[in-house]
Design a protein around this ligand. Structure first.
Ligand SMILES: [Zn+2]
Length: 464
């Protein structure tokens, strides 16, 4: 067979194995792994480089309106940023506004993404309005390949659902095979603390963190675990930040409950101290849940090793610090921390930050692939099409040059946001080449592809 491309002699790293092999690509898929006859094929000498399945970031917000602002990144800049960082698929969040049908929200997000993405993409559906009479609309989403739903226990009046709504949605996923993704923070308690802080004149960015205690996350996590247990369904926690919340997840898993959680690099690499940077700079790190006190990150690293946490995603939700002519920035909250749009960029830095952890001995290379690609694909209905290097899988492939270094900076990143949370940080390794379904997208610091990312219909859950 004449292959389209043969990547020769790379050190292939999967979630389970490490071996030297050639990987052949034909019609956008992996056609062979092993010792491959490369005659008539285009070849790429990858000796000394690491070949991994393309990163899968199951938590991004591109082109999202929130808190009076809109994210700096749309699908084009967000996905370009992703692919430069070695991520070849994202799952973004479509948002049902109150009173709106899920269908309308899905149509809108298709419109935002279609023809504008460098990487393949899927959607979770954010559910904000789900009375019993509308609940069948969730089944329709599953048929559309949107196999997961995000609910909020935070942001009262905007996104927050009460326990009855959450419980109804969980029960429905028993019927339709969907997965509920939960933002677990006790929104009511946080609101009281925020009002109290503001009344006392506490307006600086650090009060964002001081009004969102770890206990608010741990309590909501525990409550959601109980609701999922009563409904008899699995549950997935997004952006878990607090060691105390992780302990709730671990205890539930030890009891045999199907509970899963992701954390994000910001909770592993940054901390509360970043809010105390001079002036308004702390606003760069205003996100929910907030960064936690130093020491918490070590608990999360251990949780990743022990499989208390299964996924590392980014919650990429970029707002500029300074307003542009068309978009207000984080400055909206200069006199009131509660008005700072919540979120930070991360889709471009995730893979290399986690690869650096491999070099530092915090994770094995196989575990790195597992938490950044393979398990995300398995939990969200993309496996084995994605998240694997095996014949038949999509040729979403990333080559890492382990001998180079990467320095993160807003001057060189590809997101449209005017800061980088890791400004000046240097990590070992660099993304050398990126392929999405066999199409060459990135070569070193050059974009060589096109915006041909496709919507990925995801399969409903195959586990209980
Ligand atoms: Zn998010």
């Amino acid at each position: 067979m004449a292959y389209d491309l043969v990547i020769q002699g790379a050190t292939v790293v999967t979630a389970s194995d490490t071996f030297v092999a050639d990987v052949a690509v034909k019609d956008g898929r992996i056609a062979a792994v092993g010792s491959v006859d490369a005659r008539q094929a285009k070849t790429l000498d990858a000796r000394g480089k690491i070949l991994i399945p393309g990163g899968i970031d199951v938590h991004t917000h591109f082109d999202m309106p929130f808190m009076g602002a809109t994210t700096a990144d749309d699908f084009t800049s967000g996905s370009t940023s992703a692919v430069f960082g070695g991520t070849t698929s994202v799952i973004d969040f479509a948002i049902q506004k109150k009173g709106e049908e899920l269908r309308q929200a899905l149509d809108l997000w298709h419109e935002k993404a279609e023809g504008k993405s460098a990487v393949d993409y899927g959607f979770h559906m954010i559910v904000t309005d789900m009375p019993e009479k509308k609940i069948k609309a969730m089944d329709d989403m599953i048929k559309e390949g949107v196999a997961s739903f995000k609910l909020f226990m935070a942001y009262p009046g905007i996104f927050m659902s009460d326990d009855a709504t959450i419980f109804r949605a969980l029960m429905r996923t028993k019927e339709n095979g969907g997965m509920v993704c939960m933002h677990a923070e006790n929104g009511g308690v946080i609101d009281v603390l925020v009002q109290k802080a503001l009344a006392a004149g506490q307006i600086e960015p650090k009060y964002h963190a001081l009004t969102r205690p770890m206990s608010a996350e741990a309590e909501a996590t525990r409550r959601a675990i109980a609701l999922a247990d009563m409904a008899g369904v699995p549950i997935y926690f997004v952006h878990l930040s607090a060691g105390d919340a992780m302990d709730e997840v671990r205890r539930a898993r030890e009891r045999g409950q199907a509970v899963f959680a992701e954390t994000c690099p910001q909770y592993l690499y940054l901390s509360y101290e970043d809010y105390e940077r001079p002036g308004f700079e702390g606003a760069k790190f205003v996100m929910s849940p907030p960064l936690r006190p130093k020491g918490n990150e070590e608990r999360l690293w251990k949780g990743l090793v022990r499989n208390d946490l299964q996924v590392v995603s980014t919650d990429h939700c970029s707002f500029c610090m300074k307003a542009t002519p068309t978009k207000p920035g984080k400055e909206l909250g200069k006199k009131d921390f509660s008005k700072i749009p919540n979120g930070a960029p991360g889709v471009e830095t995730r893979m290399m930050l986690m690869w650096d952890a491999v070099q530092k001995g915090k994770l094995t290379a196989n575990r790195f692939v597992d938490i950044t690609a393979t398990t995300p694909a398995k939990l969200f209905g993309l496996y084995p099409r994605k998240g694997a290097i095996m014949p038949g899988a999509d040729a979403d492939l990333v080559l890492i040059d382990p001998n180079k270094k990467t320095t993160f900076s807003a001057k060189t990143h590809h997101a449209k946001v005017d800061y980088n949370p890791y400004e000046g940080k240097t990590v070992s390794g660099a993304i050398a080449e990126v392929f999405v379904r066999g199409r060459h997208m990135v070569s070193g610091d050059k974009f060589v592809g096109k915006l041909a990312g496709e919507f990925q219909r995801r399969a409903p859950r195959s586990f209980n």
